[in-house]
Design a protein. Structure first.
Lengths: 165, 379
């Protein structure tokens, strides 16, 4: 049963990712991206980390893709029907993608994981919270500081535009 | 609810019973929505000193059937220049999240299709997904009004999700659980509205905005964007949009009833049997629905800039204040009354702040002319 669901979710992720790259309409590409991210959330559920799955839905499915869709729909991006990638660019893109894939694969296989990866270790929501706010409190604070800077920067840029009008 | 004598508990153990539960919920919800349209018209009619539907059946009770038949029989039109895939699928992208939310709600102690340990977060995450459908509908319709409406809908949904989630975080801090059933059981003596009046006000306002109901119906405002994303839809697809918006109204009413009013636990405890528990939940849900209808009949629509500044400059800061106050009370282990006092003071401040912004200041005629030229912002 779990295997069927995993295959289904993996198919959604891969087909969605292929759709993002291959479809010529940019809005469709964004919609495929949403489907792919939802598939990742499904895989999180199968790994019994429901919290990560819900955060994936909330942040990537909700907040991040809405930015993309907004930008695409408001700026009237032309569909890339005529402009297929030129051969030298295509070769470079394939090489870069393969290099990235190789990097990820070596990372996955070389890392010694702390627990047995063959079976699912259920980690409760409370454990994630405790780890995040005690053990990893400093990286967490740094991340929130960076986000705060970005937020203030965005507000400053928006206010300048207001004044120029 | 018993199916052939067996109690419907532990539904997640049996995928067949889960499936039956989902089908039953969908059917019951569709019927409930049909009658929601009826009593929405009746309640608003009474508020406006009219009678509402009276002709179809006794007191117009058959009106929802007549409306449904008419809508289903209408032709399902699609504009020639619309994007076929986005246009047709948008309905489902809005419809499915609304129904997904229903499976995690504990209607009584045992009546829950899928008892998730993170059900509150699940509800908020799933109900936040419907913006995709609004954007697809707006973009796919190939109409300026629909696109504007879709943009407004998405911006509004995203903005008001934040105060909603922050209010929920305040609740989670106190109950120390993200499970709706546990949150309900936590309230066996005192409902959470007593400890979190500020959080309740924020939740109530943000939920109206999430539902896109008046006075926050800016994405569909007929005088501004002529119906917004619904403009090109007709027949069965249009009625599915309406169905979804009423299902969402039920979901948020149930959520409010469970989280703030004590659900099936308060005031009689959980030993009263599922019949009373269900009645209690539905009665509390009805309070919210009547409130939504009452607000619709009473308040004028906000402007789009007022809407945004209300979310970002008023609701979110106050929600953060609520979280901070809760944190203070919990860290210093103050008695529960401290929660009531701090949150009550916050609620009073919020009400005063809104009152100060919207009250009409008496002005001399010349000033009124001068002021009406310059656009006034309310908040």
């Amino acid at each position: 049963m779990t295997q069927i669901f995993f295959d289904l979710m993996a198919a959604i992720v891969i087909l969605g990712a292929l759709g993002v790259v291959l479809v010529r309409s940019t809005v469709y590409a964004a919609l495929f991206l949403i489907a792919s991210l939802m598939g990742v959330a499904g895989i999180y559920v199968l790994l019994s980390t429901e919290f990560l799955a819900l955060v994936q839905v909330l942040i990537y499915g909700g907040a991040v893709t809405v930015l993309l869709l907004f930008a695409l729909m408001l700026t009237k991006v032309r569909d890339l029907r005529e402009r297929a990638p030129e051969p030298p660019q295509l070769a470079g893109a394939i090489a870069a993608a393969l290099a990235l894939l190789a990097g990820f694969m070596t990372m996955v296989y070389k890392t010694t994981w702390p627990r047995n990866v063959g079976q699912i270790t259920p980690i409760s929501f409370n454990q994630i919270g405790t780890a995040l706010f005690n053990r990893w409190a400093v990286p967490f604070e740094i991340a929130s500081g960076v986000l705060l800077v970005a937020l203030v920067g965005a507000i400053v840029i928006a206010m300048q535009e207001e004044g120029e009008r | 609810m018993t199916v052939l004598g067996a109690p419907l508990v532990n539904l997640n153990q049996h995928w067949l019973t889960t499936l039956l539960g989902i089908v039953a919920l969908t059917l019951v919800m569709t019927l409930a929505v049909m009658f929601a349209t009826y009593y929405e018209r009746k309640v608003i009619a009474r508020i406006q000193q009219r009678l509402g539907p009276m002709r179809t059946g006794a007191y117009g009770i058959m009106q929802p059937m007549a409306d449904t038949l008419k809508l289903v029989a209408k032709e399902d039109l699609r504009p020639a220049t619309a994007d076929p895939v986005a246009f047709e699928l948008a309905v489902f992208a809005i419809f499915i999240p609304a129904f997904l939310a229903l499976i995690a709600i504990p209607y009584t102690q045992d009546w829950i299709v899928s008892p998730l340990p993170l059900s509150l977060l699940y509800l908020l995450a799933v109900s936040g997904l419907s913006f995709i459908g609004f954007l697809m509908a707006g973009w796919g319709s190939d109409s300026k009004y629909a696109l504007l409406g879709g943009m407004r809908a998405a911006a509004q949904l995203i903005s008001y999700e934040i105060p909603l989630i922050l209010a929920a975080i305040g609740i989670v801090m106190i109950t120390r659980s993200v499970d709706l059933s546990a949150i309900v059981i936590f309230q066996h003596k005192v409902p959470l509205i007593v400890w979190q009046p500020l959080g309740f006000l924020i939740f109530l306002t943000a939920s109206i905005a999430e539902l896109e109901r008046q006075p926050f119906d800016i994405p569909t405002g007929e005088s501004e964007v002529a119906g917004g994303v619904f403009i090109e839809y007709s027949g069965i697809r249009w009625s599915m949009f309406q169905l979804t918006s009423y299902v969402n109204m039920y979901v948020f009413s149930l959520l409010g009833a469970l989280v703030f009013l004590g659900g099936w636990e308060w005031p009689f405890g959980r030993d009263v049997g599922w019949g009373y528990q269900l009645l209690l939940t539905l009665a509390k849900m009805s309070i919210f629905i009547v409130f939504y209808l009452w607000v619709r009949a009473s308040l004028p629509r906000l402007r789009v800039d007022q809407l945004m500044s209300y979310a970002w400059k008023v609701l979110i800061p106050f929600a953060l204040v609520q979280i901070f106050l809760n944190g203070l009370v919990l860290v210093y282990d103050l008695p529960d009354v401290a929660l009531l006092i701090t949150s009550g003071a916050g609620a009073a401040a919020l009400v005063y702040f809104i009152y100060r912004s919207v009250r009409v200041k008496p002005r001399r005629p010349l000033e009124m002319v001068a002021n009406s030229v310059a656009a006034r912002s309310v908040v």
